[in-house]
Design a protein around this ligand. Structure first.
Ligand code: ADP
Ligand code: MG
Length: 679
């Protein structure tokens, strides 16, 4: 039986109550516990002399008790224990709360190692509730786990130790022997032992590399298996190329990059046995919509329907309007299908879709629900794909007889990460903006300059332009430093902008209300739109020339870049004003990057460097499974795991070979959290 099927309560000291706490950490079985890897390590050998500690730092000191522990009772009957310790360089006070046993654990005159955060106080430094150990215990490096209220590190450590002891003598290693050898990886049993309780730093690093490799390999295999399904044969071919006659009707000349993108898609759909599987990556404003329209036109003229899925109602609505205008007079019918439509209207739309009366269907994820049936879906397009899970994309693909798939993304993703999420998608990059665009000028200011910035916005509005102001919160939160859209808008309406129409937009509003506000803004009935990041995606108001972002430090660079893309879409010179009083966490470096460049790829790379991949993979929307140990910053291991995945699938395309069957089980387990059935 797998340890993933053994409940955690079989471990000594873990009853129902503790099990519930562990559950909060995602740990329910003994197997989970074993793969609950430490978040960090404490190195008890790394001792700092007391004279050299600094305020706020977490350190280890090695010191002797200079006096016996003294305990007093304080309010609420709680116990407060104090001790003074010293080493050759100085003295420090230790404070413990409510620990009845502390005076028997720490003896006068004896030496211990103490670890904790130091604080400066009147006469020197103190440590609050430090952990401690005898200098002789030998375990220099101890694991630090993610915790939850009620569970301390010591309890988790003990439980993990116990769980490790339940591993069988001989562990079945899912990595085939030749992979271990080729990439110089340690065996699983060594890895599990040393990731939790490393003998030394180099053992920990070995263990880590092996586990990261394995996890990335399993992720790679899963993504590839999932994609190979969408690489099935298709009978949908579109032999004739009608895109030229459509492009002629557009009010502008396509850029070279747009033309190349159309050609790529048309060729993909021409006479191939496998369906198109293409990603178009183009910075905000690069004109992806027109490319899609040409692809849809070509699809319809070849006798099929096309579907275009957007991540939000607002965006679906906007695409619907854009398409309706572009296709006016072509005889092609455009259908809108979104979640907020009345059931009756939805039903009617679906009937038309099923009957084949709608040629191009634009919608939200409602499009992929089971009750939508296409008569002859030839091509499915998803916009701003990073908002869709991989699974949703697959579901849209399953709507027809292997339709052609086109994915649009405005989020430039560093290449190493792109290889994982996009795997074997063919990629077209639109690396050119339509002519006449000037770069958005970006300024980074502190809040003492806010009034001047608002004055600047007022001048723009007086010239007829419009502005966005983005706040991180909808309403007042715990953190008084954080701006919220409601109060901010109220202040503007009472202050500088009392004579101007100001609107509010945020995610807590009903879809209908959001749309109404967005419509007002795009009709220039509102001068200022105070909003949360819901404006991030795709909306297109050419008359808007200023984007001011409050608490700019709160947002990842990629988000800032997306937000900034809302302005500079028309003929007017545009501005982005980043407001932040925050220092630290690379804030200055990050925000200066925004001022320096408008290049999305450069920004994405910088974001990855400064903040790690969390920004790209931080939430589950991407449909990627939760990883236990790997991240994507280790590009070498990433590349190796990719190579190994390719090799293994070459040997056994569905991993049913004896040597890979255990890996197959791992793939299934990893992806079980995504709701994606990988059979
Ligand atoms: P995105 O790639 O961000 O989706 P859009 O497709 O919304 O960009 O295009 C942004 C704006 O640029 C739209 O208003 C569109 O009409 C306009 N546009 C697109 N292509 C061109 C072009 N070749 N020349 C001029 N304007 C264009
Ligand atoms: Mg777009």
């Amino acid at each position: 039986m797998s340890l993933y099927e053994v409940p955690i309560t079989t471990i000594k000291g873990i009853g129902e109550k503790k099990a519930l706490l562990f559950k909060k950490l995602g740990v329910t079985s003994v197997g989970d516990l074993i793969s609950f890897y430490p978040r960090a390590y404490d190195n008890w050998a790394d001792v700092t002399p007391i004279a050299e500690v600094t305020h706020g730092e977490r350190v280890v000191i090695r010191a002797r008790l200079a006096a016996a522990v003294s305990t007093t009772r304080i309010s609420g009957g709680r116990l407060l224990s104090k001790a003074t310790v010293c080493d050759d360089s100085g003295y420090m006070n230790l404070v413990f709360f409510n620990n009845r046993y502390i005076d028997s654990m720490l003896r006068y005159g004896e030496e211990y190692c103490f670890m904790g955060k130091v604080q400066r106080e009147k006469y020197g430094y103190q440590m609050l509730s430090p952990e401690f150990a005898s200098p002789k215990t030998g375990d220099d490096i101890t694991p630090v786990y993610n915790l939850t209220a009620g569970l301390n590190n010591r309890v988790v450590m003990k439980a993990v130790k116990e769980a490790l002891s339940m591993l069988p003598q001989v562990i079945n290693d899912p990595l085939p022997y030749d992979i271990l050898r080729r990439y110089d990886l340690c065996p699983l049993s060594f890895a599990l032992q040393n990731i939790h309780f490393p003998a030394d730093i180099s053992a920990m690093e070995k263990a880590r590399r092996r586990l990261v490799f394995e996890e990335l390999l399993v992720l790679n295999l899963g993504m590839r298996l999932m994609k190979s399904r969408s690489r099935e044969q298709t009978s949908i071919t579109m032999p004739a190329d009608y895109s030229g006659e459509f492009i002629k009707t557009l009010p502008f000349e396509l850029t070279g990059a747009q033309k190349r993108a159309v050609v790529d898609c048309v060729n993909d759909m021409k006479n191939k046995t496998s369906p198109m599987n293409r990603l178009i990556q183009g910075d905000v404003g690069s004109g992806k919509t027109a490319v899609c329209a040409a692809v849809c036109y070509n699809c319809v003229k070849n006798g099929y329907q096309a579907a275009f899925m957007a991540p939000t109602e607002i965006l679906a609505q906007q695409h619907f309007e854009t398409f309706s205008k572009m296709f006016d007079g072509t005889g092609i019918t455009i259908e809108l299908l979104t979640g907020s439509m009345t059931p009756a209207n939805k039903r009617k739309a679906r009937e038309r879709i099923e009957a084949g009366e709608s040629d191009i269907v634009i919608g939200t994820h409602t499009l992929v629900s089971e009750s939508t049936v296409f008569r002859q879906l030839g091509c499915a397009i998803t916009d701003e794909q990073h908002r869709f899970g991989v699974a949703q994309r697959a579901r849209l693909a399953a709507k027809g007889e292997h339709p052609h798939i086109l994915v649009l993304s405005a989020t430039p993703i560093p290449r190493t990460l792109g290889l994982i999420i996009y795997g074997d998608l063919d990629i077209t990059v639109i690396d050119e903006l339509p002519p006449g665009r000037t770069e958005v000028q970006t300024l980074y200011i502190q809040s003492d300059k806010r009034d001047r910035a608002l004055e600047f916005i007022r001048k723009q509005v007086d010239e007829g332009r419009q502005a966005y102001i983005v706040c991180p919160l909808v309403e007042e939160g715990d953190d008084a430093e954080m701006q919220n859209a409601n109060d901010y808008a109220a202040e503007l309406m009472l202050g500088v902008f009392h004579n101007y129409p100001v609107g509010i937009l945020h995610g807590k509003m009903k879809a209908k209300d959001k749309e109404a506000v967005m419509a007002q803004f795009s009709n220039n009935e509102l001068s200022i739109l105070v909003s949360t990041t819901v404006v991030e995606v795709g909306v297109d108001v050419k008359n808007a020339t200023v984007m001011m972002i409050e608490n700019a430090e709160r947002f990842g660079l990629s988000t800032l870049h997306q937000l900034r893309g809302r302005v500079g879409r028309g003929e007017y010179k545009s501005y982005c004003i980043l407001v932040s009083d925050h220092s630290g966490d690379n804030t200055e470096q990050r925000l200066s990057t925004m001022c320096r460049t408008n290049n999305g790829f450069e920004i994405a790379d910088m974001d990855l460097k400064l903040r790690g991949p969390g920004d790209f993979f931080g939430n589950r929307q991407h449909g990627l499974p939760q990883l236990a140990i790997a991240d994507f910053s280790d590009t070498q291991t990433l590349a190796q795991s990719q190579e190994a995945a390719e090799y293994l699938l070459g040997v056994s395309p569905d991993l049913t070979h004896d040597a890979t069957r255990a890996l197959r089980a791992e793939v299934r387990r990893l992806f079980s959290t995504t709701g994606e059935a990988l059979n």
